[in-house]
Design a protein around this ligand. Structure first.
Ligand SMILES: Cc1cc2nc3c(=O)[nH]c(=O)nc-3n(C[C@H](O)[C@H](O)[C@H](O)COP(=O)(O)O)c2cc1C
Length: 212
């Protein structure tokens, strides 16, 4: 299994999403020594915002691109290569102003490519990224999985929509939520998320054992 871990928190070592997502990635790797892990840290190495050279370059044949178009489309190509090479994708993000982090949004912008990850045909749009398991690890100050603030969660519905549009429909969400509500809430949120990580890792180990 090839695992791609994408981290995007602006909070560095204090990030709960990075911590839980890394824990998941490491436990999945440990489940089978043949598993591999690629980490894309979108804060250490931010992807450029898409710009006019990108928006025109992706619709220009490779041999006709200007050097600048080739450069920015090349960034997207590299990100796409990583995505297509992965069986399992772990996306880690903090809940920032009611949505995903802007660095992860840039990743989405580079990944959503007409003719590469989606296409329009007679039957309408078709996602071209198939067979991936996706885990979303979302850390938030408030609670958005239930209660009055559910409608303010523009992160999980957005990611489910855009990833689903690209063909990635097997999505599991791990929330580390309510971390803005005091130390006890942080402890409880991390314990809940870690229990889910352990259950996922155990299920994966079980699958490996059955397959063997
Ligand atoms: C700039 C900024 C904006 C934030 N916006 C929200 C928000 O809209 N709603 C919320 O519940 N928490 C918000 N938070 C709190 C984060 O979701 C929380 O700190 C979470 O742990 C961030 O993820 P991380 O730990 O992976 O960095 C915000 C935090 C920062 C730094």
């Amino acid at each position: 299994m090839s695992i791609l871990l994408v981290t995007s928190s602006p909070r560095g070592a204090a990030s709960h999403s990075t911590r839980v997502a890394t824990d998941l990635a490491q436990k999945l790797v440990a489940a089978d020594p043949s598993n591999s892990l690629v980490v894309r840290d979108l804060v250490a190495k931010p992807l450029p915002h898409i710009d006019p050279d990108y928006a025109t370059g992706i619709y220009t044949p490779a041999e006709a691109r200007t050097p600048r178009q080739a450069e920015v489309v090349g960034v997207s190509d590299a990100v796409l290569d990583e995505l297509f090479a992965a069986d399992t994708v772990i996306l880690a993000t903090g809940f920032i102003n009611f949505n995903i982090s802007s660095t992860l949004k840039s990743w989405v912008d580079h990944v959503a490519r007409s003719g590469k990850t989606f296409a329009y045909g007679e039957g309408g749009p078709k996602g071209l990224v198939k067979g991936k398991k996706v885990y979303i690890v979302l850390a938030s100050g408030g609670i958005y999985s239930q209660g009055a603030a559910v409608q303010m969660d523009h992160a999980v519905p957005y990611l489910r929509s855009v990833l689903g549009f690209l063909g990635m429909t097997d999505i599991e969400v791990i929330r580390v939520e309510g971390v803005g509500m005091g130390a006890d809430a942080v402890t409880a949120a991390l314990a809940k998320a870690t229990a889910k990580v352990d259950a996922i890792a155990a299920a994966t180990t079980g699958q490996v054992a059955i397959a063997a």
